[in-house]
Design a protein around this ligand. Structure first.
Ligand SMILES: [Zn+2]
Length: 410
């Protein structure tokens, strides 16, 4: 890592950033308390708070008695509607365009279909156009918009500017997504992989600064994950840290995977794989309960919940598929426990709302893990509620990191 010093501008920025984060996490407080908590002098806080009040980023709140006769302290707090951020989340054949205030309240969120065969440039032009139209429709003043957060499926370059491979979400590989969105909209943009963006949003909202490692697992269409160490997301040398869904689990003859290989964890344990396997096994002999319920219906509409319900009721074929999916996923997660010794594994995705599936997974994960590992495995408290804000929160997070200063203002 390069060794760099701090000049006065970066010190000021760091102090403003720390004050903003503290007020975002703990709510309003007096300047005196702010100074104590940040380890800064009251004079320094008075100056910083004064600047941010003048900029509208902070506002004055209630007054509190100080204890000394007749004196009162005015609390300061984040002014959540002083600025906002825009977001674009790009999944496979679908995107979500959104906007949030600084306190993560969603201003709007719109789901958009992406045609499978559309060239990347066409898709990005269409998304940028909708993004600008929505900002105008909701009358968000240009000067209030801190930037655009872009979250995209797949692998991004280490500088967060280029999508190396979106595994089919954008038709082109090595596409300069961040730059193109900046050029098409006129706003600065920040980009991350979609699962990392969801995890960052989870930590932002949970105010989770826990020391040690935390692992975030998302099972939705496929399987994605992200690892944080001391609150910082770990990217890996080739930006592929925690690509757990693409661990090869079937050495030869496995099903083809979206990554181009075959036999990956995702092809066995993802919600998509559970449905695919049930469709392959679907017959009166192998899956009698599924057969009775689905023989006259369109099997392409089969959902993971249908297979789980059949397994819960004793359908042998469905049980076999669910057992294999659960055991393989649990095995991969146990490797994570032994490899990085995380304090927490956060589960995110619709599948984890199913009590039968969740209890099966948790029970399997306890098998063979010794009790000295102090890991809690839990469903995200924000399950299904991060997609409409995760991308935009990337821009809010960067704004806070930069001390609440808009790009090019200092
Ligand atoms: Zn794969």
């Amino acid at each position: 890592m390069p060794i760099v010093g701090n000049n006065m501008v970066s010190v000021k920025r760091k102090n403003r950033s720390a004050a903003l984060r503290l007020l975002q996490e703990e709510g309003s407080m007096s300047r005196k308390r702010l100074a104590e908590k940040l380890g800064l002098t009251p004079a320094a806080i008075t100056k910083i708070a004064g600047e941010m009040l003048a900029e509208g980023l902070l506002r004055e709140g209630d007054t509190l008695p100080t204890g000394s006769a007749g004196r009162r302290e005015i609390l300061v707090e984040l002014n959540p509607h002083s600025f906002c951020a825009l977001g674009i989340l790009i999944n496979l054949r679908q995107a979500i365009i959104s906007a949030v205030w600084l306190d993560s309240t969603v201003i709007y969120s719109k789901e958009i279909s992406i045609p499978a065969s559309a060239p990347a440039e066409e898709t990005v032009k269409m998304l940028s156009r909708v993004l600008l139209e929505l900002a105008e429709e909701y009358k968000l003043p240009k000067e209030k918009i801190v930037g655009i957060g872009v979250a995209v499926r797949g692998i991004c370059s280490s500088d967060g500017r280029v999508v190396i491979d979106s595994f089919g979400a954008l038709s082109e590989k090595r596409y300069p997504l961040c730059r193109r969105i900046e050029e098409l909209t006129g706003y600065p943009a920040v980009m991350a992989n979609n699962v990392r963006a969801l995890f960052a949003a989870q930590m932002f909202l949970a105010h989770d600064k826990s020391a040690g490692a935390q692992f975030f697992l998302r099972c939705e269409y496929g399987i994605g994950a992200s690892l944080s160490i001391n609150g910082q997301i770990w990217h890996g040398v080739s930006e592929q840290c925690s690509e757990i869904g693409h661990i090869p689990v079937i050495p030869r003859g496995g099903k083809p995977c979206s990554c181009g290989k075959s036999g990956c964890l995702e092809t066995v344990a993802s919600p998509m794989a559970i449905c695919e396997d049930a469709r392959i096994a679907f017959s009166e002999e192998k899956t009698p309960l599924l057969w009775a319920r689905w023989k006259e219906r369109d099997l392409s509409a089969l959902q993971p919940e249908d297979v789980l319900e059949a397994a819960r009721n004793g359908d042998l074929g469905a049980c076999e598929i669910v057992d294999r999916a659960v055991n393989t996923l649990a095995s991969a997660l146990k490797s994570v426990i032994y490899l990085v010794d995380p304090g927490k594994i956060v589960l995110y995705g619709k599948l984890f709302d199913n009590p039968y599936y969740l209890s099966r997974l948790l029970s399997e994960m306890r098998e063979g893990v010794d009790s000295r590992h102090e890991v809690s495995v839990e469903k995200s408290a924000y399950n299904h509620r991060l997609e409409n804000k995760a991308a935009a929160l990337l821009a809010v997070d960067l704004f806070f990191r930069d001390g609440g200063e808009l790009c090019g203002t200092s």
